[in-house]
Design a protein around this ligand. Structure first.
Ligand code: PMP
Length: 282
């Protein structure tokens, strides 16, 4: 197994992160997680352009071009013979004596590695349970920043309650999950929070919206309340690793009938088709 370390592919045990790396000390950096199906990166261009956007928003200069990064990631997947799994990729502002303000000299540091992971077929079929939690994160959730403490604490609370996701809310409105976007279905219509600074604009979220349009399911990007969440016919979450996962209960209360609903199933089937196209390289 090799990892990408700056511009080189090296064995993991040869990589060293300095104790003054700003990603390590301040969470000063951005990241991406890209799914690999059948050896091909799914929505690669969208992930790379979101990485560039996140980097720009925090004024971090990536150390090389996206084209170069693309080539290096392809090589990483190839050398690791990854068929089914994920790539974790991060860019930190580099290493410099500890000081909050930007260092003048530091060169940003990119690392990436792969993990083999089968698709979560069981949870896709059965759905998962969720809790609601106040959204305690900062106000630039649109940036895929390394600072994940708010998400970590919320997710742990879900796990402590025997659930798999925490659905976050701010001022009575649902924003997103701790590591997913949230959609509700009511009377045949889909709704999800607008892509503003309160949420991460998930790549999978965009795919879900696209698929809904193709399927003729009306979809609105609008904030909805916690009450609406509880009254929804169906609730689903989306992310690179969880794809389109049905939510079957929230805070111990059943969503709809308590099993995954028909629109969620329709979207999952359409998503599968997208994946198999991508996996076959078409
Ligand atoms: N929101 C948050 C807060 C996330 O961490 C993630 C996963 N990175 C998502 C949404 C889903 O984004 P994507 O579909 O691009 O994985």
């Amino acid at each position: 197994m090799v990892i990408l370390f700056d511009e080189q592919l090296i064995p993991r045990n040869r990589a060293h992160v300095d104790i003054e790396d700003r990603g390590y000390q301040f969470g000063d950096g951005v990241y991406e997680v890209i799914r690999v199906y059948g050896g091909n990166m799914f929505c690669k261009a969208q992930h790379l352009s979101r990485l560039e956007r996140s980097a720009n928003e925090i004024r971090l200069n990536l150390p090389f071009t996206l084209e170069r990064l693309d080539t290096l990631l392809e090589e990483l997947v190839k050398q690791n013979r990854l068929r089914e799994g994920t790539i974790y990729l991060q860019a930190s502002r580099g290493t410099a004596p500890r000081n909050h303000s930007f260092p003048e000299q530091a060169r940003s540091k990119v690392i990436a590695y792969t993990t083999e992971a089968p698709r979560p077929l069981e949870t896709l079929r059965q759905g998962v349970r969720a809790i609601t939690e106040p959204d305690l994160r900062w106000l630039r959730c649109d940036i895929k920043s390394l600072n994940l403490l708010g998400a970590v604490l919320a997710k742990q609370k879900a796990v402590d309650s025997g659930c798999q996701e925490a659905i976050l809310h701010r001022d009575g409105q649902v924003t997103e999950g701790s590591s997913t976007n949230v959609f509700i279905v009511k009377d045949g219509r889909l709704a999800t929070h607008p892509a503003d600074h309160f949420i991460l604009r998930g790549i999978t979220r965009d795919v879900v919206i696209e698929l809904a349009k193709e399927l003729g399911i009306p979809v609105t990007e609008r904030a909805f309340s916690v009450e609406e969440l509880f009254r929804a016919d169906e609730v689903l979450i989306s992310s690179t690793t969880m794809e389109i996962t049905p939510i079957i209960s929230i805070d111990g209360r059943k969503v709809g009938s308590g099993s995954p609903g028909p629109l969620t199933r329709q979207l999952q089937t359409a998503f599968e088709k997208r994946i198999s196209h991508s996996a076959s390289g078409s």
